[in-house]
Structures are given as C-alpha cells and as structure tokens.
Design a protein around this ligand. Structure first.
Ligand code: KG4
Ligand code: ZN
Length: 340
C-alpha cells in the first residue's frame, strides 16, 4: 500500500511486485485552494486528515482486500508541506502498528524518480532523469534504488512553479500547468520575445525566475494575445530544458535512456521535445503515462516495492521531513532558493 499526502493530492494505492496497480484513489484539493491561487498548507493538512482514513478503507474495498492482505505500508515522509506529510506518515504508522506490517518511509522525489519503472518493466539502471514538478527541477543520474547523482537543479524557481506563475499572470487560475499548455497550443510562440535563462551556460543548472518576470512584463505591455504569451513561455521553457538536458547527457557519459518524471512531465510539448532529443542522441525515451506523472500514490507504493525488495524497513520513530534531498552529497547552488 502506498500513501501520498505531501502537497494537495490525497492518494492511496495498492500495487503488486509485478507492477499491477490493483486499486488507487486520488482526491485533488484544487477547489479548496483555487480562491487563493495556490496551495494553502493548513487547508491542505486539514483536508488530508479528513480524507485519508476513509480513503484507505475505500481503496482496500475496491480491491476486495483487507489490511491483512497487504505486505507492507509505504508513505511519503517528505519533502513537502510538513502538515500533510505528517498526516500521511502517522496514518501509515498506525496501520503498520495495528496490522503488524512493515513500514517504509518514501522520499516523494524517489517516488517520482522510480515511477517510470512502474510503467515500463524494461527500464533498467542507470538512466538520466529530468524530474520536473511544482517544487523541483533537477537532472539526476539514477544508478539504482537509493543511488541518485544530481547533475543539475534550479537556482531559483522550479519549472512547474514557472508554469503556475505564468498561469496566474494570464488569469488562468490554479493549477496552472495544464491550462498554460492548452492555451499555448492555440498561440504563436514567435509573436513574443522572451529570454532563455542560462541557455548555453557552462553552469549546469536551470533558472526560470527571469523568464517568469519577462512573462509579467509581456502581459503588462498590453499588446500581446495571452495565447501568444503562453506559447512563447512554453517554447522558452522547452529550449532551456533541452539545452540543459543536452549538457547533462554529455556530463553523464554513456547512458541508454532519457527519462522524464514529475508533474511537468505531463506536458505533451515538453515530452515531444525530449523524445526528439533522445532520438537524436541515440537514446531510448521513457515517460510514464500522464496520470503517473502528477502526484499519485501508485508511485509511492512502487517505490515501497523497490525498497522492500532491497530489504529497507523503517521503524515507527521515523520522522516527517519538509526537506529531503535525493542526493545529499550535491553541492549547494548559488541562490539556493530551492524550495522543498
Ligand atoms: O509532481 P506534481 O504533481 O506535484 C509536486 O510534487 O510538485 O507537480 C505539479 C506541478 C505543478 O506546478 C503543475 O502546474 C505542473 O506540475 N504541471 C504541468 C502540467 N501538468 C502539471 N506543467 C506543465 N504542463 C502540464 N500539462
Ligand atoms: Zn510531486
């Protein structure tokens, strides 16, 4: 069983060792946060605590199983909004204790990082991973379960955050990524000139804050169609992603597969551009189905399977962590405004 509650999705899933998602439920809190234009941590924690226990029961009922049938309980233990993470982890601890089952604390980012292996049994290690979500934008060399080398990260905003802020500037509401993608499909990317921060830079990292500010200026100029701004933003983001990923490919040395995961991996234009890059470099391209890209509990259950198979177990005193880097040895970056 996997439990996810680190942001604004409450989710429970049952996944087998042979990659079958037997049951999964997911409740989004979009409606609760929409009036505020972003996730309000206290509202999120409260919603998780109201929904999670009934959702565990309902997911087991969907599968016609009881807690006794479950082999282990995995829950996101960070990074994320601490109130929500605590709700999920404490629930998992209670279930593990009551049913006498092993507990596995999962790093949410590891859930994203391993999700492509849930979708594709043929994806072996190592692979080059672009992990792009609302809180993160990293390039990682994934050498095995628990073995992540960070090649690049963002020095300011995450890519999903840039999509969300662009959506806000264009009045598209929350959550922004899918709305910007839809509007961009109807616009002309060449109609608005926007910067491509760090493009061609020797520094390996990403930067999106300047792009976001340029979007705001373009909107305030009052002369561009919103669809053109959205298209220009998405194209600038893609150009940065491709340039930085190319650089990481050179740094990583020979690797068979380029993989993308995290909420932004749901963006079809970004997926297509990455697939083109992988093909040009003679690499395989692997992207999980859209529903496995944004936050879900199947990826947490799957990371639980991978860790369980390695013998990982956690004790009931494991703590929830607002910050939890996948590669603790990675150098801090300038700006270090890297959000959890
Ligand atoms: O992985 P995720 O569900 O939650 C985090 O762990 O952050 O990622 C959510 C992020 C949000 O910023 C959202 O706007 C972005 O992923 N996102 C997208 C798309 N779908 C979700 N960004 C661009 N295009 C999309 N289609
Ligand atoms: Zn996520």
């Amino acid at each position: 069983m996997g439990i996810e509650s680190s942001c604004d999705e409450t989710a429970v899933a049952l996944v087998t060792g042979d990659r079958t998602i037997i049951a999964q439920r997911i409740a989004s809190q979009d409606e609760a946060h929409r009036p505020y234009g972003g996730v309000v941590p206290e509202i999120a924690a409260r919603a998780h605590s109201e929904r999670l226990a009934p959702m565990v029961a309902a997911t087991l009922a969907d599968a016609g199983l009881t807690l006794d049938d479950v082999d282990a309980i995995a829950a996101t233990a960070g990074p994320g909004l601490i109130g929500g993470v605590m709700v999920g982890l404490v629930t998992a601890k209670a279930l593990a204790m009551a049913a006498d089952k092993p507990l596995i604390a999962v790093n949410h980012l590891e859930g994203h990082a391993l999700s492509p292996r849930l979708a594709d049994a043929t994806l072996g290690f190592p692979y080059l991973l672009l992990l792009a979500s609302g809180g993160h934008c990293q390039l990682l060399l994934v050498s095995g379960v628990g073995r992540y080398t960070r090649l690049a990260t963002t020095i300011d905003d995450a890519l999903g955050e840039a999509f969300d802020k662009t959506a806000k500037i264009l009045g598209l509401g929350y959550p922004g990524g899918p709305a910007v993608e839809r509007l961009a499909a109807t616009g002309d990317a060449k109609a608005v000139r926007l910067p491509r921060p760090l493009l061609g830079s020797a520094e390996p990292h990403f930067s999106f804050a300047g792009l976001k500010s340029a979007v705001l200026r373009a909107k305030q100029a009052g002369i561009h169609a919103d669809a053109d701004i959205a298209a220009a933003f998405q194209q600038a983001a893609i150009d940065c992603v491709i340039d930085r990923t190319k650089r990481a490919m050179a740094a990583a040395g020979p690797v068979d597969a380029l993989v993308v995961a995290g909420g932004v991996a749901a963006n079809r234009a970004i997926r297509a551009a990455l697939e083109g890059l992988a093909t040009a470099q003679g690499m395989r391209f692997v992207a999980p189905p859209l529903a496995l890209c944004t936050d879900n509990a199947a990826m947490i259950a799957w990371a639980g399977v991978e860790k369980f198979n390695r013998g990982d177990r956690d004790t009931l005193d494991v703590v929830a962590r607002p910050r939890w880097p996948l590669d603790p040895a990675a150098e801090p970056v300038r700006g270090a405004g890297v959000k959890a």
